[in-house]
Design a protein around this ligand. Sequence first.
Ligand code: PEP
Ligand code: MN
Length: 621
Amino acid sequence: MILVLDNKITTNQKAKITSQLSNDGCITREITDAGQTLIGIIAKNKKTAADYKRMKGVADVRIIKTSHKLVSRGFKSQDSLVKIGNVVVGGDRIVVIAGPCAVESHAQAMGIAKEVKKYGAVLFRGGAYKPRSSPYSFQGMEEEGLKILAAVREETGLGVVTEMTSPAQAELMEKYVDVVQIGARNMQNFELLKCVGKMSKPVVLKRGLASTIQEWLMSAEYIVAGGNNNVILCERGIRTFEPYTRNTLDLSAIPVLKQLTHLPILIDPSHATGIREKVSPMARAAVAAGADALMIEVHNDPDNALSDGPQSLYPEQFGELTRDLYVIAPVVGKQLDFDYLKKSEIAQMNGGGAKTAAFIGENGDYSHKASLSYFGDDVTSIPMKSYRDIFNGCASGSVEYGVIPVENSLSGSIHENFDLLQEYDLKIIGEVTIRIKHGLIVHESADKNSIKTILASPPAFSQCKNFMDQSPGAEPQPVKANTSAVRHLKESGDITMAAIGSAMAADIFDMKVIEDSIEDNPRNFTRFAIIAKEYKGKKKVGKTSIIFSTGNKPGALFEVMKLFSNAHINLVKLESRPILGKPWEYMFYADLEADVLSDALAPMMAELKDKSEILRILGRY
Ligand code: PEP
Ligand code: MN
């Protein structure tokens, strides 16, 4: 059952509840879900819901009817996020795990790791203990293989995933790897499940060869009940009567699981199909069906691989696949981020300690999502009322970072922020792009036909033009930020009103999304700049943002462009804005794919200084 704690519970009352639960011998799990503090309990006594409801500080008691309790949606309505270093499985970014079936040598593992990293993998896989059908097949390099995996992490920065086949390996796994995998053959090895339940590492739990979804969830429950909440479910194909493919990939498990559990879902199309050519189509379908992550076998010499060569992609094929996934992911509100690891490194260098990041709007706004996407929960995201407040906060040091939208792929630039960047002496230290997926949000009892007014920010209206055109009966009412619209809607109690916003906002305000993805085009992204007073730490620079002005003479801008072209610098953005206080004179904002302070570009910079009246580097990141 779930104890819903009173919002005004005192520390004393809470301490009494926890000590009572411990005396009753309950397994307990405390979480915050949709703004409420909940304690999930597995009671091993005769106490009833009514007994617990009588305790002071308990607002309500809910019964979970399913046999998988802690992993059920009934216990936790929000998706669980599993953190592996800087990588988060279960969020908006598709996590791609890739590598060979087995670690065969230092050179093989390192070579493949570098290739898959180049093509967008953020975790590396490789078996060191291989459960093989035949005792005469290659059994894995064992501890030597784990050491190679640790070396791969050291050199590439990729977290490593490997299979654990016996509780006796637990100590080595804790020492060398980042994620332990429970293989299909061991899904119901309950001693092994209990063992990983006590480990500190996240667990990939593969579905058994012939296990039902219910059995699989019960195995996950073993791990979570043991104390390890970081479980990722991996569908890798099940045994059916169909012999053409190695197994049958049960893609329908994705929507089924999304309803039954809050745990993230990983799809392994390599073991599911067993045939190289079939891997990419099923990987693409898995992302389209809502998978959170993929695990793909990749080998640089599959013909000579010691295991699973026929199902391993060549690195280039893997590269083609991730390019396709990049295009597919936005359709389902996710994204594949080729800069994932690089951004996380920057966030970490500038992070550490109790840090804060300001964003505009309220919790659940897209700026909040951007802040969480960039910093994770290592940094506290603080809502602010205006962009200027964010700039002031950073300048005065009351917050460390600001997260400001600079452009949207459908509605264009957010000019106010370009002007503020010009005005304030702050640095851009990074950027993050997130997919904007708008929903039409209403009160629980409202229906679409009764909607008379729709609240949204002006950019949200402009991204949902087609939807608005098709809703002539509803009057648009612009508000400052999307989530303010949802709050306004909530507070009004008006069932004839709707708001455009994120599913996260609907969740926070306990409202209903009646229509999802109402933006004109699924390739709706907003790019946010991360601003701060100064850079901290050293980092690899791939991009520079500058502002410059040229003299008011023929060809002046062309002369500057020629400098970039001669230096082979890719210009990814150019925007002009009026110079404050100088009518009809313009400042240019440019994003360059280069580090303009590198030695090689020093001559170009000298010429640029010469040709510009004003030149300022806004940020290198
Ligand atoms: C593997 O991932 O290499 C593996 C052995 O997988 P499964 O347990 O799904 O067969
Ligand atoms: Mn394999």
